[in-house]
Structure formats: C-alpha cells, structure tokens
Write a protein that binds this ligand. Structure first.
Ligand code: 3PY
Ligand code: MG
Length: 250
C-alpha cells in the first residue's frame, strides 16, 4: 500500500516536502524531517529524469513516499519515473478531460490504461506480482491551474483512474489576472481554491495544494485539503540563511 493512501484512509491529510535541488545528500536529509513524502519537481526544479532516479529509492529508504511533479503530461516520462520508483505523480497544466484521461492512461496497466510493462524498482518493494497491484501503489493528482481547467473542472474530476486534483496557486493566480503567488489571500483566487476543494469533495476525489507557509498549509487542511506541500528546499534554505546572517549582524 502507498503510505499517502494509508494516511488518507485514516482520515488524515498528508504533508509533503518539495525538492528543487537534486542532491542525494540534501534529499536524504530532508526525507528525515517528518514529511509523509517528498515531491521531486521536474517542472520548475533542477532535476531531470536522470538526476531524479537515485533520489527516488533514497526517499523510500527513509520510510516516506517518493513523488514526482512531471514537467509535462508525457506518458513516456511518467512511465520511466514509475519504473524507477516514483509512487506518486503530479502532472501540471491538466486543462481538459482528455488531458486527464491521457494522464490516467499513463499510470495504469491495461485494461485500465496503457502503461507499458517494465518496472525495475517497484517489484523490489511490492513483490513479483507487482503487475496485479500496481494501481493501488501509486497516487496521482492532476494539476488545476488555468482558466480552461476551471471551466472543465467537473469533467476533469469525473475522469476515472486519478486520485484527485492538485492546485497550483501561482499559475492559477496569473490565470485570474493576479501576480503569481502561493499562500495567496486574494479574494478571487481564494474563491477559486475553495470552489476546487468543494467540487473535489462533491466528486469523491482527493484535493491538495502547493503552499509555502506552514500556517497557510494548516488552513488549507482545515478547509478540506487531503494533502499540502510546504516550502521547497531552496526556499527553506534561503530563508534560514537570510535569518542567520541578519541575526549575526544584529
Ligand atoms: C503553481 O503554483 O502554479 C505550481 O505549479 C506550484 O509549483
Ligand atoms: Mg504551476
């Protein structure tokens, strides 16, 4: 079973870390800080497929789930990440039910999808019969972060084979004519976020959101989110470094 799904089945929300720096040592360290999983960001982080590969088992070795945020909704790339030990997939810019169906197709073996068979790491964890249970070992979230996605929200939510929606607040803000921001309190963007959460609940789907601030993450969990990501490694490092230098200067 996937640890994130276990947390959801217990009625709790999962808290994820976010990786922009594809350093093995940094990821091994972050993986032992209490998160339920780490997301390697292939879209806006420095990792590519090759540099992400050794990070996946390192995260699993710490007892938490390795997830990836893909750089695009690409079945070939998603298949490679799954074959090498990603147990969660977040796909950006899912704007239509067709986009969502293509994502679902990339995640599941036939007859539920079109994933090609060739897992390298997952059988080490889940055994030789991985093929039969692969779908339950993976959590999957389609990112809703455009006006088009908002317009097609119920159709996207209705696609079978995905766990739910992950909200990208920066792109969503831009889509609504606001500056790109996480942790936003802009009334129109907040209304869109609340709407997405409510439609996911109504459709029986999980919902998560990218956050920086822990307090904002708590608020989002209180408003119904099943999963929040907190400040990326680079953001945490810069904030701690800035505070440290400032404190020393007095
Ligand atoms: C967004 O806020 O748009 C994201 O994709 C989070 O990284
Ligand atoms: Mg985005």
């Amino acid at each position: 079973m996937n640890g994130i799904r276990t947390i959801w089945n217990q009625g709790r929300a999962a808290i994820l870390g976010w990786v922009h720096i594809p350093s093995l040592l940094a990821v091994e360290t972050l993986a032992r800080c209490g998160y339920d999983g780490l997301v390697i960001d292939l879209q806006h982080g420095e990792a590519d497929l090759a540099s992400a590969m050794p990070l996946l088992p390192a995260i699993h070795a710490a007892g938490i789930e390795p997830l990836v945020r893909m750089k695009a909704n690409d079945a070939g790339d998603i298949g490679r990440m799954l074959d090498f030990g990603a147990y969660g997939v977040i796909a950006p810019l899912i704007n239509t039910a067709d986009d969502a169906a293509r994502l679902a197709g990339a995640l599941h073996y036939p007859p539920h999808g079109a994933r090609s068979f060739g897992p390298r790491r997952p059988p080490m964890r889940f055994g030789a019969d991985y093929y039969a249970k692969a779908s339950e070992t993976i959590v999957s979230l389609a990112m809703v972060e455009t006006r088009e996605a908002l317009a097609n929200l119920d159709a996207i939510i209705g696609v079978e084979g995905l766990d739910g929606i992950f909200i990208g607040p920066a792109d969503l803000s831009v889509a609504l004519g606001r500056p790109p921001r996480a942790d936003t309190d802009d009334p129109e963007v907040l209304a869109a976020i609340r709407h997405i959460i409510a439609r996911c609940k109504a459709g029986g789907r999980r919902v998560g959101i990218f956050c920086n601030d822990a307090g904002y993450g708590r608020r989002m969990i209180a408003q119904g989110c099943d999963l929040v990501s907190l400040a990326p490694d680079l953001t945490l490092m810069a904030a701690a470094a800035r505070a440290s230098v400032q404190a020393a200067r007095g």
